[in-house]
Design a protein around this ligand. Structure first.
Ligand SMILES: O=c1ccn([C@@H]2O[C@H](COP(=O)(O)OP(=O)(O)O[C@H]3O[C@H](CO)[C@@H](O)[C@H](O)[C@H]3O)[C@@H](O)[C@H]2O)c(=O)[nH]1
Length: 475
């Protein structure tokens, strides 16, 4: 129940449905409209809506991480989702009661570890989806094996891990992993997630063999289960093509959305690759001071930009909007990020490096300016910039407590200029374009991810027919 997890799972649903598999998406009332809006063309995908529990800590109607007024409510939110277990099992029972709808598997987000018990109850294999890449997952594991006391390291001390071809800092890891706070409220949740994973049948990963195939063995070893690399999931989406063919209004709306029109104009006036897209996913929180520095940095860089602003409190400095109006577009709404990234006017992406944003940027051949803000984004950022060499990093200093300090406008300006106009940016762009070509090949007919998805369905269905239920892929 977070857009960064829902979107790739919807892509996966569509990819499964286009192969003739029936998909039931189980969700809650406030999440249903978004899912329906993204899923109008697949008759074999249905929605089953179960009520979200009422809990004191959460505001009324808050059923998605993106609705949380503060990151402090993340743990109460995750705990509230545990109360979905009974209605979830009622849906499974209903599906199992009819021979024609008995599920061949449950694909569950990792943040719903209790689904492993429900799957056990109905003897259905559970497949986990975490939304993360292969190498960032392996790095997290390796760090706990090879660096037992990560919290005692200095922020500046490099961490070199076996089979990771670039050095890391402790602050690249999620903060519950390096703060050394044994009371951190995320720790029990992480422990439940890990336990549930080790009892699951398999893992679907939004990545592809050509990008991360070398790390799959380590991933499987760590997760004690088989991994199926079936991404980039966004590229499987045939519905856009279907819409084009059907002449649907959705396509017209996309073509005429104001920001696409704006990009068309920039393309006409300046040619391709001149606009930087600035967006930090669906969950990042930023201070108003930091917003101001970004505004000034973008102005100073002199590069055309589209900036998606999630803050409800930030107002631009007086006169700023007037000064940038010819070359900057600020959007305070949900955008079609993929539509923006695939527009030829876009030449760079200033991103927090959520794994979806990384994959979306690379799939479209757009180099990244990496500015991680939490979770595993520090690992994704270093991996993209130093491992894949398809991006650059924004230099962020830390204070005495290792908390991130406000990044100043001159740093933002210099980073944007280097990505868009410098030699390093040029190399990163070439590399992103090469990875984009490989990504598209992976999902084409006969590509590595296309074959993996077929294999996954075949494995689940054939074994179900022969043995009554899927065989253990570990066996
Ligand atoms: O206006 C918007 C804002 C976002 N998006 C989409 O929303 C998704 C955001 O996902 P991501 O870039 O991964 O960022 P988060 O929402 O922050 O994702 C969470 O989930 C990811 C996958 O597990 C993790 O890698 C991140 O660290 C975690 O914060 C992407 O598909 C974007 O295209 C839009 O389409 N329009």
């Amino acid at each position: 129940m977070a857009q960064g997890h829902t979107l790739p799972l919807l892509d996966l649903s569509k990819a499964l449905a286009s192969r003739g598999t029936r998909v039931t998406i189980i969700t809650t009332p406030a999440n249903a409209p978004f899912i329906l809006s993204k899923n109008s063309t697949h008759p074999t995908i249905s929605l089953s809506i179960i009520p979200f529990p009422k809990v004191e800590e959460l505001p009324e109607g808050c059923e998605n991480v993106n609705h949380l007024p503060s990151p402090d409510l993340f743990v109460p939110f995750i705990n509230a989702t545990k109360l979905l277990q009974q209605p979830f099992e009622d849906v499974l029972k209903e599906l199992c009661d009819s021979d024609s709808t008995t599920p061949i598997c449950v694909i569950s987000d990792m943040f719903l570890p209790w689904t492993v018990d429900s799957c056990c109850l109905f003897d259905i294999p559970r497949i986990v989806f975490s939304g993360m890449g292969v190498l960032p997952t392996v790095i997290e594991r390796n760090a706990s094996l090879h660096v037992p006391c990560i919290s005692s390291l200095l922020h500046s001390e490099p961490i070199n891990l076996p089979s990771v071809p670039f050095p890391l800092n402790k602050t690249d890891f999620p903060d519950f992993a390096w703060r050394g706070d044994e009371e951190h409220p995320m720790l029990p949740i992480i422990s439940e997630i890990k336990q549930a994973e080790s009892h699951s049948w398999g893992y679907v990963v939004n990545s592809f063999e050509e990008l991360e195939g070398d790390h799959v063995a380590a991933f499987e070893n760590h997760k004690e289960t088989k991994a199926w690399l079936v991404g980039p999931l966004l590229l499987h989406d045939q519905s856009k093509q279907d819409l084009m063919n059907s002449g649907s209004k959705d396509v017209d709306q996309k073509q005429f959305s104001p920001y696409i029109k704006w990009l068309d104009q920039k393309m006409e006036g300046l040619g391709p690759g001149n606009v930087i897209y600035v967006a930090f996913g669906s969950q990042s929180y930023m201070t108003d001071l930091q917003m101001e520095e970004i505004a000034l940095g973008l102005e100073m860089a002199g590069q055309p930009f589209i900036w998606v602003v999630r803050s409800r409190t930030w107002v631009p400095p007086v006169g700023w909007e007037d000064r940038v109006k010819e070359r900057g577009l600020v959007i305070r709404d949900w955008v079609d990020q993929r539509g923006i990234l695939e527009h030829p006017a876009i030449g760079g992406f200033l991103t927090h490096c959520g794994w979806n944003s990384v994959l979306e940027g690379l799939s479209m051949g757009v180099p990244l300016l990496a500015w991680p803000m939490g979770a595993e984004q520090g690992l994704n950022a270093r991996y993209t910039a130093m491992g894949l060499k398809a991006g650059l990093m924004v230099l962020q200093e830390r204070d005495a407590k290792d908390d991130p300090m406000t990044v100043q406008h001159n740093v933002i300006c210099d980073s944007v200029k280097e990505l868009m106009r410098g030699d390093q940016g040029k190399k990163a762009r070439e590399r992103a374009q090469e990875l984009g070509r490989k990504a598209r090949q992976a999902v084409e007919k006969g590509g590595s991810s296309d074959k993996k998805l077929d294999e996954l369905i075949e494995c689940l269905t054939l074994k179900t027919r022969i043995q009554g239920r899927p065989a253990d892929p570990k066996g």
